[in-house]
Each structure stands twice: as structure tokens, then as C-alpha cells.
Write a protein of this length. Structure first.
Length: 170
């Protein structure tokens, strides 16, 4: 995964049964460059990953949420003066982590500012509805500042997956 999984999963422990980072059945991540085409790249990465993991039933919800989280990171969390389209170290990273009955999408960016302060109550506005959409389509979401060498923050969304218990045949 490239980062400390327990750091990224810390906020998911609030109000949920404990998640053991070692119990992740699948994990994938990709670096996203500082350009708006990265949103499309994130959706394509998510589609390929969910297809590999055979999680088609939540695809539309997950892709919408990934798009919003990545868009917010690119629009609001990059340091001042970052030129979108510049060739540099990708400042945003998308992580997808799957347990048996849960999927977590996490977007790491270099800002420690709260994503909530940017949102607007005017839902007819052209922008500012991203976290409203995340809240509407995910089963839970939150954010957590990162400490140490990573810095920045992680904004995550949780999706419950249907149980895939097979009925015994008689």
C-alpha cells in the first residue's frame, strides 16, 4: 500500500467493530498527478480494481464518491502555487481497501485543513456539494490529519458490501 495502514484506518475504528489492517483481503492504491484528468484516471483505476475484486453492485456509488474526493483534493488541498498539469511528484493518492463486508476509499492529500470548512449550504451552487454527495452515497465518511513524515490528511468513505454467504445445497 505504500503507507502505514493503521494510520489511515485509525478514524474507521470510531463507532465500528475493530478493523485489523492485517485482515484487509484486498488493497490497491495509485498516485494521482496534479491535473484534473486525474479524476478520470481515479475512476478508471477504481473500475479496474472493483472488477478484479468482483464488487460490481456498489460500482456507481463508489465511483461517484471517488470522483468527489479526488476533485476536492485537487481543487482545495494542493499547496498555493501548484499548477495543475505540472509534471511533479503526485501530491494526491487514492487507496482502496476491502474487507469481507466493507470497502474503504481513502484519498490522501498534502493539506491538513478540514474539508468540511470549504463546503457550502447552497446546494444549487456550481461547486461545494462534494461532501454532501459523499455523505449521501457512502455508508460513512470522515477525515483525519496525518502526522509524521506523511503529513497532510486522509479523507475516507466507507461502503458496506453485501454478504456473499452461499446457501448450502441439498
Amino acid at each position: 500500500m505504500g503507507t502505514n495502514g493503521s494510520t489511515m484506518l485509525e478514524p474507521l475504528r470510531q463507532g465500528l467493530p475493530p478493523l485489523d489492517p492485517a485482515a484487509v483481503s484486498n488493497a490497491a492504491s495509485c498516485a494521482l498527478p496534479a491535473r484534473f484528468e486525474a479524476v478520470r484516471e481515479a475512476r478508471l483505476f477504481t473500475r479496474r480494481t472493483l472488477d478484479q475484486w468482483d464488487i460490481g453492485e456498489r460500482f456507481d456509488d463508489v465511483c461517484l464518491v471517488v470522483s468527489e474526493l479526488v476533485t476536492n483534493a485537487l481543487r482545495h488541498a494542493l499547496p498555493a502555487g501548484t499548477v495543475l498539469g505540472a509534471h511533479q511528484v503526485p501530491p494526491v493518492r487514492l487507496h482502496l481497501m476491502r474487507w469481507t463486508e466493507r470497502l474503504v476509499c481513502a484519498v490522501r492529500d498534502p493539506s491538513q485543513d478540514s474539508p468540511v470548512e470549504r463546503e457550502t449550504e447552497d446546494f444549487s451552487a456550481e461547486s461545494g456539494r462534494g461532501l454532501f454527495l459523499v455523505d449521501s452515497f457512502a455508508d460513512g465518511w470522515g477525515w483525519h490529519p496525518l502526522a509524521g513524515m506523511l503529513g497532510g490528511k486522509v479523507v475516507w468513505a466507507l461502503f458496506h458490501l453485501p454478504q456473499t454467504h452461499q446457501q448450502p445445497t441439498e
